[in-house]
Design a protein around this ligand. Sequence first.
Ligand SMILES: CCC[C@@H]1OC(=O)[C@@H](C)C[C@H](C)CCCCC(=O)CCC[C@@H](CC)/C=C\C=C(/COC)CC[C@@H](O)[C@@H](O)C[C@H](O)CNC1=O
Length: 161
Amino acid sequence: MLKEYRIVQMLITAAGILALDQITKFLVVRYMEIGQSIPVFGKYLEITSHRNQGAAWGMFQGQMIFFYLVTVVVLALLVFIYKKEARNNFTAQLAITFLFAGALGNFIDRVLFQEVVDFIDVLIINYDFPIFNVADSALTIGVILMIIEVFITGKGDKDAK
Ligand SMILES: CCC[C@@H]1OC(=O)[C@@H](C)C[C@H](C)CCCCC(=O)CCC[C@@H](CC)/C=C\C=C(/COC)CC[C@@H](O)[C@@H](O)C[C@H](O)CNC1=O
């Protein structure tokens, strides 16, 4: 049971992502003013202290009840899918772990502050990509891993080599 679901490894991974997310957000809140920018890699990568009351690109500003509902549903769905689909399927287990940790990271912010702390400010080509955080990165990696799982490694009832 434990071997097929790698539950311990996945919980440790989720805890690590969540810790990285919350620690980085704490440091930004504690040591930076909102709007302050610290160049890390020229103008291409900066740490900019930012807050977002919405979702990606500031959608649904301030709709906290909506965010609580969606996040709780997403978290419950992820547990359900993990039990049902991720048996012996490493890619699916990893995808769900990243999605779970990412959703939980932003959920903690929304419950505590009714807004999300963002600080990763990248200039992609010439498009000033919205400022995001570790939780968003985990969510995006989880989405990409899930797409790989569905379209590439297929209905993996064997472990992805
Ligand atoms: C990443 C999901 C957004 C995250 O969703 C969450 O929390 C989860 C729990 C669910 C929300 C409650 C609702 C999701 C609505 C769908 C959505 O949003 C479509 C997203 C597409 C996405 C592909 C996955 C692209 C990329 C986004 C961005 C860059 O990500 C690297 C921009 C991030 C910045 O706008 C930053 O200010 C956002 C802020 O941190 C709050 N974050 C959220 O709402």
